[in-house]
Design a protein around this ligand. Structure first.
Ligand SMILES: Nc1ncnc2c1ncn2[C@@H]1O[C@H](COP(=O)(O)OP(=O)(O)OP(=O)(O)O)[C@@H](O)[C@H]1O
Ligand SMILES: [Mg+2]
Length: 253
């Protein structure tokens, strides 16, 4: 990172994009305190994390949920036990209450209840994503970090997952920081998008602003071959896959 500056606003879904290996996961892990930064300042809920006491740090941690890029479930624990890890760490619940709560989270993310007693190796990729999301939601977080939540899902599964995140975000009033390469997610559920390149946030704003941006990387990203179907200028000329009104729908207009 070189002079990176980024704000995430309360209640928004921020999509964080950038080329592979540019440091999206590293930044996420640094914000979470899993990697130590060399310099700079990180504020969460308005507090500089370097200035928090251990107790304050713990209470900030309790308000945050994380879904790692590879799911990062504990392979020796069942889905239910995985969901209970943050509960064990931060709450003192009776086993019965912890079971009930875990089952609630498992239901919330759309997993069958019989998945609760399965081990990660017995789950499909999509189920691992949902289980990891259930664990991220274990403590009813206000702020949710998602690292490529839809990568590796089929298009229908990815759309369902987007819808799930959007629903949870609205009903639970979450703030979501979402690293993603998924253009559909960027269009359908992100309020703003921030792009990382050359160690900096080169642009941040709603999708319309990103589409209009001049930066070569942004042009390649949002107007490249795989993005063309969303390009309004192409749609206007009638050459796009989407009609103008469908595009407006996608853009929430
Ligand atoms: N703990 C670490 N310490 C130092 N360097 C790391 C660490 N983890 C990853 N890196 C390096 O930092 C760079 C950025 O990695 P990162 O995983 O953040 O990329 P990314 O933007 O998330 O990419 P992708 O889209 O492929 O997931 C890579 O060169 C990687 O090898
Ligand atoms: Mg990554």
């Amino acid at each position: 990172m070189r002079g990176l500056d980024l704000d995430v606003y309360r209640g928004e879904v921020l999509g964080f994009v950038g080329g592979s290996g540019t440091g999206k996961s590293v930044l996420t892990r640094t914000i979470l305190g899993l990697i130590r930064k060399e310099s700079g300042r990180i504020e969460i809920f308005g507090s500089d994390i370097d200035k928090l006491s251990a107790r304050e740090h713990d209470s900030v941690e309790r308000r945050i949920g994380v879904m790692f890029q590879q799911g990062a479930l504990f392979s020796g624990l069942t889905v239910k036990q995985n969901v209970q890890v943050p509960m064990r760490e931060h709450l003192s619940l009776s086993p019965r209450l912890a079971d009930e709560l875990a089952m609630l989270k498992i239901k919330l993310v759309g997993l069958d209840l019989d998945a609760a007693d399965k081990y990660p190796s017995e789950l499909s990729g999509g189920m691992i994503k949902r289980a990891a999301l259930a664990r991220a939601l274990a403590l009813d977080p206000e702020l949710l970090f998602l690292d490529e939540p839809t990568s590796g899902l089929d298009p229908i599964g990815a759309a369902e997952f987007d819808e799930l995140i959007a629903t949870l975000q609205k009903t639970l009033g979450l703030t979501v920081f979402m690293v993603t390469h998924d253009l559909d997610s960027l269009y359908s559920i992100c309020d703003r998008i921030a792009a990382l390149a050359e160690g900096k946030v080169i642009a941040a704003g709603p999708i319309e602003a990103m589409l209009a941006a001049e930066h070569p990387w942004l042009r390649a990203y949002f107007h490249g071959k795989r993005a063309r179907q969303f390009d309004p200028s192409v749609a206007e000329r009638g050459g796009g896959v989407l009609a103008g009104n469908e595009l407006a729908g996608l853009l929430g207009g």
